[in-house]
Design a protein around this ligand. Structure first.
Ligand code: GLN
Length: 423
């Protein structure tokens, strides 16, 4: 029955990441700009303003640093559309993007319709006022319980947002995939996984439990994330190590503002008994690399959890992962593709705490939630979503976040195994 429902959107299937260069077009800039103008003309886009509206309807706006110089030049141009109006030094990847926008070949082809449907899922989830706000970190209890924001960024940088998408919130566990990716980039897979497993724990995110080799189960729960933090530049002071994580998050978010929420950091330090107990337990079993300063590791971890982004920035992080490690808004590579693959694998199997198996079954997308109500959802080869709604369910996931995801995959073939169940 669901076969025919999903096949309507078969254009979404089998998309690949967009890497830095698209070598297929060897023609020079002038030839390609001429072609671009003719393509625009044949669509009835005779002026720069008409072209800009065409791009905006597809989610391509000045929010995209790699296109913004060109869009500004077009805004200022007068008269019929001409090759000289696209600004100087138009980079090839911006040109590729414009060509795809006119060819109707963007990652999200039917953007206005898609955005409209997301609006419907958002409104549906907004009705839900179930769940409790986390208060075991006292500062989190000050969050607005009914706050709700959502942002989307495609791997082509098409953007759309709803509700409080520009309200910054602290990432909490949503930072864990990036903390893990950075630990891998600095140490390599062998060292990292000598100290942390890659198996779902099936228990709460802060449970006092280790795997049979006395390692934390995986990097997406507290013990494993503290372990990864211990591997990030261990010889440097915690403040500098946390600053490195902050900069890494910022580049993953395409340069968006990322600040440390000092009040949350202090609040977490003051109520850290469980996390200290996790460290003691790991210490007892010699789980850390020899010579680890575990107090410093914990401090780095708390600072990382207190980093704040808004949904718009978080959607760019998710889209970067969906795009194999190249940030779609800047065009810069942030993470090696193999590290992205490892990170997504663990988000899929362990990203939603002890609801991860259920979420993989019903939604089938790599995601990571946090106790502040943040949720990052990756749609590989399509884009990413950043969501914030602080009311949590029993497992600690955003109630509206989970509901939104369930609605999304009912209508779109984004579940990673959707392809085998549709025609
Ligand atoms: N900083 C939180 C803690 O350590 C992170 C937990 C979470 O988001 N699940 O408890």
């Amino acid at each position: 029955m669901f076969r025919s429902g999903l096949s309507r959107f078969s254009r979404y299937r089998g998309r690949r990441a967009r890497f830095e260069h698209d070598p297929q077009d060897e023609a020079g800039l002038d030839v390609r700009l001429d072609r671009l103008c003719s393509a625009a003309d044949s669509l009835g886009l005779e002026t720069p303003q008409a072209l800009l509206s065409h791009l905006a309807a597809r989610g391509l706006t000045g929010q995209l640093p790699r296109l913004s110089a060109c869009l500004t030049a077009l805004e200022q141009a007068e008269g019929p559309l001409a090759p000289g109006q696209f600004g100087r030094d138009l980079p090839f990847d911006s040109l590729n993007l414009l060509e795809r926008a006119l060819d109707d070949d963007l990652a999200i082809p039917d953007f206005s319709h898609f955005a409209h449907r997301l609006g419907g899922f958002f409104a549906y989830a907004q009705e839900n006022r179930r769940g409790q706000i986390a208060d075991y970190i006292p500062e989190l209890a000050h969050q607005e319980a009914d706050g709700f924001g959502l942002a989307l960024c495609s791997i082509d940088g098409q953007r759309f947002s709803l509700g409080e998408a520009q309200t910054a919130f602290c990432l909490q566990s949503v930072v864990k995939p990036l903390n893990y990716a950075l630990a891998l980039a600095l140490n390599g897979e062998n060292l990292v996984h000598a100290h942390v497993g890659r198996e779902p724990s099936g228990r709460r995110f802060n449970e006092l439990a280790l795997d049979p080799d006395y390692r934390p189960h995986n990097p997406m729960i507290n013990a494993g994330a503290i372990m990864c933090a211990s591997l990030i530049r261990p010889a440097q002071p915690p403040r500098d190590r946390a600053e490195l994580i902050r900069r890494f998050v910022m580049s993953a978010a395409g340069g968006a503002a990322c600040t440390l929420d000092e009040a949350v950091y202090q609040s977490e330090l003051a109520t850290a008994d469980r996390n200290r107990a996790l460290v003691k337990m790991m210490d007892e079993h010699d789980a850390f690399p020899p010579g680890t300063d575990t107090r410093a590791a914990l401090d780095v971890y708390f600072r990382a959890c207190a980093l704040s982004l808004d949904c718009e920035a978080l959607s760019v992080v998710a889209a970067m992962l969906a795009n194999g490690g190249v940030c779609p808004v800047t065009g810069h590579r942030v993470i090696d593709p193999m590290i992205v693959r490892h990170t997504l694998s663990l988000m899929l199997t362990c990203g939603m705490y002890d609801y991860s198996g259920e979420f993989a079954f019903t939604v089938g997308l790599p995601a990571k939630s946090g106790v502040s109500g943040g949720l990052m959802i990756v749609i590989p080869g399509v884009g990413g979503l950043g969501l914030w709604s602080p009311r949590l369910d029993r497992q600690g996931n955003s109630v509206r976040g989970v509901e939104f995801c369930q609605r999304l995959v009912e209508d779109y073939p984004f579940h990673i195994f959707a392809g085998v169940a549709s025609d």
